[in-house]
Design a protein around this ligand. Structure first.
Ligand SMILES: O=C(O)[C@@H](CO)OP(=O)(O)O
Length: 342
């Protein structure tokens, strides 16, 4: 915790996004203020502050101050990450969750929160092996357990052995109660942000129905239209277009800025929320995206460089030479891991 001399001043903070500064009266909760903010360290004297523009009294710290970092905002200290930032390059891994119990039963799942099967667990572990040499600084998952299990299981295989930690920003108390008070521990952690916007598309009245039985009842063509058209929603559900609207907006608002700042990101999500994001990344037309099928548990790698997404395919195995030859930075990261671990 901070122990530098604090002195009082008054200022204005612009707080933005879900990861804005938050502070609570009386507990000296000192946070790093990200770039662009007017003061360095602040703590709210008038109770709880959240996102939005707030005026409040702040305590300003001396320059030598150490502070409790918000793990979401804290910059990585890893040299390779620093150089990635400078060269404005970052890795983006997309992974559809492993097989769920309803995939196995061939049921429409949508936003029903179903866990992985044993096979799904194995797929997630296998996916983790494939990406075990690729840097991951932040993880975004949907709010659904099958995506979260996949992300966590995959990270058990990562060679860097950082600890993925789910951020609890649902209310101020959850935020405060889940705070980490050691900078060293934060540096060895990967923030995991769970967002409903990355959920599977909501399948409306089809949720829980058997796909084959539904096709038998309503006809193959109708069910294919519900499942694979772009703008026709299933009864009381979301079309792919509606799903894309919220998933891509979230990607642009919350994920792209992290990539821009050099953070390497993994997204664990779903068939349709990922198809939506891939449509945006690969500039697919609505015709092209409807024939895009994603397998469960297969990671896909993109490189974000100079504002562009470059599709690099799927790492086949952690040793696959091609993946690490994709960019010098990835090769360097891997070499660094080899040196650290031998
Ligand atoms: O049931 C679902 O939620 C999805 C993904 O499994 O099915 P579909 O293949 O129809 O998009």
């Amino acid at each position: 915790m901070a122990n530098a001399m604090l002195h009082q001043t008054v200022g204005t903070l612009q707080l933005h996004g879900s990861s804005g500064i938050h502070c609570q009266d009386g507990n000296n909760s000192v946070r790093l203020v990200p770039k662009g903010f007017k003061v360095e360290v602040g703590f709210c004297k008038r109770g709880i502050c959240s996102s939005g523009e707030k005026k409040f009294s702040v305590i300003q710290a001396s320059a030598s101050q150490t502070s409790v970092f918000d793990p979401v905002l804290s910059p990585s200290n890893n040299g390779t990450h620093e150089s990635l930032k400078k060269s404005n390059e970052a890795a983006l891994i997309l992974i559809r969750h492993g097989e769920s119990l309803w995939n196995e039963k061939n049921l429409f799942t949508g936003c029903v929160d179903v866990p992985l099967t044993k096979k799904g667990v194995e797929e997630a572990i296998e996916a983790g092996k494939r990406i075990s040499n690729i840097p991951v600084d932040m993880i975004f998952t949907s709010a659904l357990i099958r995506a979260q299990m996949t992300a966590m299981l995959a990270m058990t295989q990562h060679r860097r052995k950082k600890v993925p930690i789910i951020m609890h920003n649902e209310n101020e108390q959850a935020r405060v109660w889940s705070q980490i008070h050691s900078e060293d521990t934060i540096k060895q952690s990967i923030p995991v942000i769970a967002a409903w916007q990355l959920n599977e598309r909501m399948y409306g009245e089809l949720q829980g129905l058997n796909k084959q039985e539904t096709a038998d009842r309503f006809g193959k063509e109708k069910v294919h239209e519900w499942r694979r058209s772009y703008d026709i929603p299933p009864p009381n559900g979301e079309s792919l277009e509606m799903c894309a609207e919220r998933a891509v907006a979230y990607f642009k608002d919350e994920i792209e800025p992290q990539l821009l700042s050099g953070k390497n990101v993994m997204i664990a999500a779903h068939g349709n929320s990922l198809r939506s994001i891939i449509m945006y990344l690969d500039k697919l037309t609505s015709q092209e995206v409807i024939s895009l099928e994603l397998s469960t548990g297969i990671p896909m790698l993109y490189i974000f460089k100079e504002g562009k997404f470059i599709r690099r395919g799927s790492p086949i195995a952690p040793t696959e030479a091609g993946v690490y030859a994709y960019t010098r930075k990835l090769a360097q990261y891997r070499q660094k891991l080899d040196e650290m671990l031998h």
